[in-house]
Design a binder for this molecule. Structure first.
Ligand code: AGP
Length: 614
């Protein structure tokens, strides 16, 4: 989390920094700040809340800083210390000469803080970052060289960091470094950019260098020098970014989330292009290097992910076991990394991540890679840190997702799992030809079915109004749609702050049923198939406790009208593909409830799109 930018060149820096931070807002948005080099000294400006507050804060100072051409900026997602102006970055040492921005977590900040306090440093903030400012400043006092000061300081720091540093006494210099946090340098004509991610620099340059862990880069207007942690100079691996600048526009939609929900039919079409030509031809996954031999040697598959990606993974398990007969475990990355996991070269480890950056998933992937497992990454960012760890890469091609609540990236992950499972089933010969054919034929129809839902949103908007003022919401389902219930509940929680929970319906009577009364909405994801009748009985049990019953269904059964006070109908679809169709109305329901309640749909409180801290 947190985004950092830096610039050194000949252009006015303020708008470059503000625009860069705007592009990184998905990484956090609780406060922000910039530091710019003015002729007399480096000046720091900060504001709490959204980036527009920083722009407003800068207004009265514009004329005095407009000629500045060197600066650093930060957008924060608070980890240590509340989101206040004091805790916002940039941070400085006591004399104010050393100024820096940081993304990551300094794990040994308490020890460092004690040590530095004993040496006379006075701490002003509650952040972990401030120790780095004091530490680098002390090293600078010894060395009088900013690069060397940063290098020496980072030897004492434990944890994750991307840092961008300026010093009053080094007038034409910007130093940056990283460990376990992303950072790249953009290279222009007589100018350099530093950023946590590509969107912050892509409108200025396509030439860039990704920093590897512990590398330190020293930038002046006309030079770039790269060293390792021992001070040895390294050659620079400059690449051309395969990106085009995109103007992020809502295209007439009120929010990015609604726009992204509407993009889903095309997202699916995109994924299928070149990968599934017809029902009679095998799935083509060129980036996946799973041979018959590798698959034959596999004992099992482990899928690791967080949040929405974890829900996609749970559906992935269901599909892969069903199509391929290989046992699959799914685990939250944050749990996986802190226990003794059993994994080896006979395990295929699949990491699922929209951003490809999530710290827990990245760590889990690195751990399994070290044990010899084949690593397959399903991500929307083929240029991400996770993608760089992959033996096989499945890029979901959903396009940039701005809204913090994931929608189209989830549907793209699901479709990727269908393709992967069919691909493996074809190599293994584990699924009947006729089943494969019917799955492919129907998968190709799914975009039109989603379009039908999107052009008929009235029932969903009606439900949103009816239930918007509830304090709690329960989603129930069984089988392949249990993860759909979890994801539906997560969407509602994230953007409306309503306490929503997904349950496997058979579990209701083992405890949660005690919560039911005539104030509790229970939404039953009642898709036709193997567990339809079972779920109907579970819905009857909830109704008998007076719950306010809602059905999301592809059934036309008349008797549902007696059981449910509201019914959201979706187009018919076979059970195995139903999680895609069932999810769309749940995204819309969450969206319309949040919108009705006047919430900040695209940037809900306390969240960030890219969770780069463990
Ligand atoms: C989704 O709506 C959430 N914002 C969140 O749960 C997200 O899915 C999770 O943080 C994992 O992110 P990733 O897919 O980028 O790894």
């Amino acid at each position: 989390m947190c985004g950092i930018v830096g610039y050194i060149g000949n252009k006015s820096v303020v708008d470059i920094l503000l625009d860069g931070l705007k592009q990184l807002e998905y990484r956090g948005y609780d406060s922000s700040g910039i530091a710019v080099r003015c002729p007399d000294k480096i000046k720091v400006y900060k504001a709490v809340g959204k980036l527009e507050n920083l722009s407003a804060e800068l207004m009265p100072h514009r004329s005095e800083i407009s000629s500045a051409t060197i600066g650093i900026g930060h957008i924060r997602w608070a980890t240590h210390g509340a989101p206040t102006a004091l805790n916002a970055h940039p941070h400085t040492c006591n004399c104010g000469n050393l100024v820096l921005v940081h993304n990551g977590i300094i794990e040994n900040y308490k020890e460092l803080r004690e040590k530095l306090t004993a040496l006379g440093c006075v701490f002003k903030t509650q952040t972990d970052t401030e120790v780095v400012a004091h530490l680098v400043a002390r090293k600078y006092a010894e060395t009088k060289d900013l690069t060397e000061a940063v290098r020496m300081a980072t030897k004492e720091i434990e944890g994750a960091y991307a840092l961008c540093v300026l010093h009053n006494d080094e007038k034409d210099k910007l130093v940056a470094t990283k460990r376990n946090a992303p950072l790249l340098v953009g290279i222009g004509e007589g100018e350099y950019f530093v950023a946590s991610d590509v969107p912050a620099i892509i409108k200025h340059t396509k030439k860039a260098m990704y920093l590897a862990d512990n590398q330190i880069v020293t930038l002046t207007r006309n030079s770039m020098k790269l060293i390792d942690e021992n001070g040895t100079e390294l050659s620079q691996k400059v690449e051309v970014l395969p990106w085009e600048p995109v103007a992020l526009s809502k295209m007439g939609f009120k929010h990015f989330m609604l726009k992204e929900i509407h993009e889903q039919p095309d997202v699916i079409r995109n994924i299928l292009v070149g990968r599934m030509h017809s029902c009679d031809e095998p799935v083509v996954l060129n980036e996946v290097n799973l041979t018959k031999e590798t698959l034959k040697n596999l004992n099992r598959i482990q899928i690791i992910a967080c949040g929405t990606s974890l829900h996609a993974a749970m559906i992935g398990k269901y599909i892969i076991e069903n199509f391929c007969g290989i046992p699959v475990d799914v685990e939250a990355s944050s749990e996986y990394i802190y226990r003794k996991t059993v994994t080896d070269s006979h395990t295929l480890v699949i990491g699922v991540s929209q951003s490809g950056e999530t710290a827990d998933t990245l760590t889990a992937i690195k751990q399994s890679k070290a044990k010899g497992s084949h690593i397959l990454i399903i991500t929307n960012r083929p240029d991400s840190a996770m993608a760089r760890e992959a033996d096989s890469l499945l890029s979901v091609n959903a396009g940039i997702e701005v809204s913090v609540a994931a929608t189209k990236s989830y549907i793209a992950q699901l479709v990727s799992f269908y393709l992967l499972a069919m691909y493996m089933a074809e190599i293994k010969g584990s699924l009947a030809e006729s089943d494969l054919k019917s799955l492919k034929a129907e998968l190709m129809q799914v975009p039109q079915k989603i379009e039908q839902i999107l052009s008929n949103k009235e029932q969903i908007q009606h439900c949103a109004k009816v239930y918007a003022n509830t304090k709690d919401f329960i989603y129930i389902a069984r089988g392949i749609n249990f993860p759909t219930a979890l994801e539906g509940a997560l969407k509602l929680k994230e953007i409306s702050y309503i306490n929503a929970t997904g349950y496997p319906a058979g579990e209701l009577k083992h405890g949660p049923i005690a919560m039911l009364d005539n104030t509790m909405p229970v939404l039953s994801i009642l898709m036709k198939g193997s567990v339809y009748e079972k779920l109907l009985s579970n819905s009857e049990e909830a109704k008998a406790r007076d719950a306010r019953m809602i059905a999301l269904t592809n059934s036309k059964d008349e008797k549902l009208k007696d059981l449910f006070e509201n019914i959201i109908e979706v187009p018919d679809v076979q059970e195995l593909l139903s999680p895609i169709i069932a999810m769309i109305p749940l995204q819309l329901l969450a969206y319309y409830i949040a919108e009705f309640l006047g919430k900040d749909v695209d940037q809900p409180r306390n969240l960030a799109k890219s969770v780069t801290v463990e």
